[in-house]
Structures are given as structure tokens and as C-alpha cells.
Ligand binder design. Structure first.
Ligand code: PMP
Length: 398
């Protein structure tokens, strides 16, 4: 039986990571993987995370199971970071968060939940979207369909195309996946006014929003990055949110995420949480503890919270400054194309618009690895490699 297995192919990003590791050239540059790197190219443990871990080692007195929904303290923090400390929906008891195995786990539990509620459920995703969205949804048994999003001509948002398509094609009861901020892979986000328009449309059409929030704090700020999401949450009856602390706490390998469910009424919460726990139970039963305890320990302690927030600000500012430097360097190299996208797009990613040929040239001639769709991880840029990257980009852009 095993000999007849057909490969589904390695994730393109993972294949590129392998090729990068095998490349012997000393000046090679990795702009592929979606992790935040500091100016020295490291993926550091945040100061407050280290401090919290020290506290936890001392304080932890049991390794007993955490339960299907995870750590209660962490779950409360997860909901408040997304919806706001004073969110009326939380006060009304209409919200529950479940601790999940990273943001990916939140997406999967959310999709499994939707499938269990409606076997015929369709999920709309943006074109393009994070490479794992469609595999997660289809493996959960959902049907997926795509709405226009990115416009290559100006590397911006095709909002009219998006809304016209959804208006023509979506049906009541469908779910729609939106990126809260720092859209992966394009870096192109909805404006606040566009969130309002989408919200009105979802309410009128009866669509269920499923918002993926993997980069809160890495775009414009912890509050700013969820302004659209909060507007939506205030106006739709029901909502799912998959959130991740992988990036904003830099705890990638601790697999720390949450599925937040907002119901129409407090009476609905017990049943919907039970349905989510059912899909968790038959999958991995219970989440791991460590990452969630770190996040809760930081957010329970005002001094640690302040330090974490300061370091996150530094990360966000570095990304913004590197975007500006790259743009200036390309302008200095006489690239005449409109470069505003470099500084307009937000978050860790930028969609360069480079086609397969340019991507190959960058890799083969310049040792610069970027994703096959032209996505770069801006946080992979640093003083050490900016010159080389600007030279390479200028060569393929001219
Ligand atoms: N959603 C998006 C848009 C992402 O980019 C990522 C991480 N690359 C995730 C979800 C999942 O994050 P995690 O590592 O926490 O599973």
C-alpha cells in the first residue's frame, strides 16, 4: 500500500529553504521564510519571553493535561488582544477563544468546525492568499473558491474587482477568509473604509467572516492592525478569528495560536465551544502548554508587557525603515518603475511582482532567494545584504 503513495509535492517554500541551505555561495540571501529577523539576521527570543520562561520554570508545579480548550488565562488574553479590553461582545459573554496549535491549528480547527456545522460549506479566499489556506480548508473537507484581491498592474488592491466578484458569486451561508493585516503574501491590506464596505456586504449577504490574524503588531501597531477586524466584529452577528502569536511574540516553534468564536448570543457559546472541542478532541486532543503560558505570563505582568510591547515596536519600526531604505537604494540605481509599493505595503511581506524568470535570475545570478510568486520577506533585509539585494533587484527591474 505504501509503495503506491503519490507525492503531493513539497511545499514550495520548504523546497526553497532546502535549496538555500544547500547553496554554497557565502553571500547568499534568504528572503523566503516568513520569520522576523533582526538587523544581524537572527531570529531572536524576545526579552520578555525569556524572562517569562525563567518565571515559568520556577513556578510550574504540574504537567497535567490542560484540557481541550487550553489555558483559561491565555484564552482570555487572546480574545482581548483581538477585540479590545472593553469589547462589548466579550462583556456580553458572546465570545470564546480556544488555545490552538499555532495559527495554522486555529485555521484547521475553524475549518473542521465549519465542516461539522455545514457539510456543504464553501470558503472564499483572496487571490493570492497564504499558500497553506486552501490545503487546510480542502483537507478539512470544505469547498473553496477565490475572489480577486491583488492587482499586478500597480501592485495594489483590486477592491472593486473583489466586491463585484463576491456580489456576483457568493451565496448566503458561505464563509469568507480575510487577512486582518499584513496580508500574506502581498502586504496589501484593506483600508478602514474598505473594511466597512466589506462588513456591510457580509451582513447584507449573510456571509460568515473568518479572519486570519497572524501579524498583529507588525503592520501599524497592535491596535491599528485590528481596527478593521474590530469594526467588523461590532457589526456582524457571528465571526471566527484565527490568531497566532508566532510572529508578535516570536514563539514560532512553541505553536501558540487561538481560535476565537463570536456568537450571536451568550446562550450559543456553550454549544459552539463544545462543537469546536469535539473536533479538537479527535484531532490532537489538547494543545501544548508552554507557548500559551509564556504569552499569559507576559500579559499578566505590566512590566513584562511593557518590555514586550517596546521590543515589538522596534521590530515593526525596523521593517518600515528597511522598506524605506530598499526603495531609496532602488531609486539610486535608476530604477524608473513606480516603487511606491515597497513602502505602501505593510508587514513582513512585499509582493515584488517579479515573474518566474526574474525569480530564477535573482537566485542563479545573485544568490538571492525569494518565493516563486515574487514574495519577499522584508525582515530578511539588513545592512549586510541590502546593497546586494538592491543590485539584484535593480538588474531584474531595469
Ligand atoms: N496565517 C498566515 C497568513 C500566516 O502567514 C501564517 C504563518 N506563516 C499562519 C497563519 C500560521 O501561523 P503559525 O505559525 O502560528 O501556525
Amino acid at each position: 500500500m505504501f509503495e503506491s503513495v503519490e507525492s503531493r509535492g513539497v511545499d514550495q517554500i520548504l523546497a526553497l529553504m532546502q535549496a538555500f541551505r544547500a547553496d554554497p555561495r557565502p553571500g547568499k540571501v534568504d528572503l523566503v521564510v516568513g520569520v522576523y529577523k533582526d538587523a544581524q539576521g537572527r531570529v531572536p527570543v524576545m526579552r520578555a519571553v525569556k524572562a517569562a520562561e525563567r518565571l515559568l520554570i520556577e513556578a510550574e508545579d504540574t504537567k497535567t493535561y490542560v484540557g481541550m480548550a487550553g489555558d483559561a488565562d491565555y484564552r482570555a488574553h487572546a480574545a482581548r488582544l483581538l477585540l479590545g479590553n472593553d469589547a462589548p461582545q466579550i462583556a456580553e459573554g458572546r465570545v470564546t477563544s480556544l488555545q490552538t496549535v499555532g495559527g495554522s491549528g486555529a485555521l484547521r480547527v475553524g475549518c473542521d468546525l465549519l465542516k461539522s456545522l455545514n457539510a456543504d460549506m464553501k470558503l472564499w479566499v483572496s487571490t493570492p492568499t497564504w499558500a497553506n489556506h486552501v490545503p487546510v480548508a480542502t483537507d478539512a473537507g470544505l469547498r473553496t473558491d477565490a475572489y480577486p484581491y491583488f492587482r499586478p498592474s500597480d501592485r495594489g488592491l483590486d477592491f472593486d474587482g473583489m466586491m463585484a466578484h463576491l456580489d456576483a458569486q457568493s451565496a448566503e451561508g458561505d464563509a469568507i477568509l480575510l487577512h486582518a493585516c499584513c496580508h500574506n503574501p502581498t502586504g496589501v491590506d484593506l483600508s478602514f473604509d474598505q473594511w466597512k464596505t466589506v462588513t456591510d456586504f457580509l451582513v447584507a449577504r449573510g456571509l460568515l467572516p473568518f479572519v486570519d490574524c497572524a501579524y498583529q503588531g507588525l503592520g501599524k501597531g497592535m491596535e491599528e492592525d485590528v481596527a478593521g477586524l474590530r469594526h467588523m466584529a461590532a457589526h456582524v452577528p457571528e465571526m471566527l478569528i484565527a490568531s497566532s502569536f508566532s510572529k508578535n511574540f516570536a514563539v514560532y516553534r512553541e505553536r501558540t495560536g487561538a481560535l476565537t468564536i463570536m456568537a450571536r448570543a451568550a446562550e450559543d457559546i456553550g454549544a459552539i465551544q463544545g462543537a469546536a472541542e469535539t473536533v479538537i478532541r479527535s484531532n490532537y486532543s489538547m494543545p501544548p502548554s508552554h507557548g500559551a503560558r509564556i504569552v499569559a505570563a507576559v500579559l499578566d505582568d505590566p512590566a513584562l508587557t511593557a518590555d514586550w510591547s517596546e521590543e515589538l515596536d522596534e521590530m515593526r519600526k525596523r521593517i518600515a525603515s528597511v522598506r524605506q531604505t530598499l526603495r531609496t537604494m532602488l531609486e539610486e540605481r535608476q530604477v524608473t518603475k513606480d516603487l511606491s509599493f515597497v513602502t505602501d505595503q505593510t508587514g513582513m511581506f512585499s509582493y515584488t511582482g517579479f515573474g518566474p524568470e526574474a525569480v530564477a535570475t535573482l537566485r542563479d545570478d545573485h544568490g538571492i532567494y525569494i518565493a516563486g510568486d515574487g514574495r519577499i520577506n522584508v525582515a530578511g533585509l539588513s545592512e549586510d545584504n541590502l546593497d546586494a539585494v538592491a543590485d539584484g533587484f535593480a538588474a531584474v527591474m531595469r
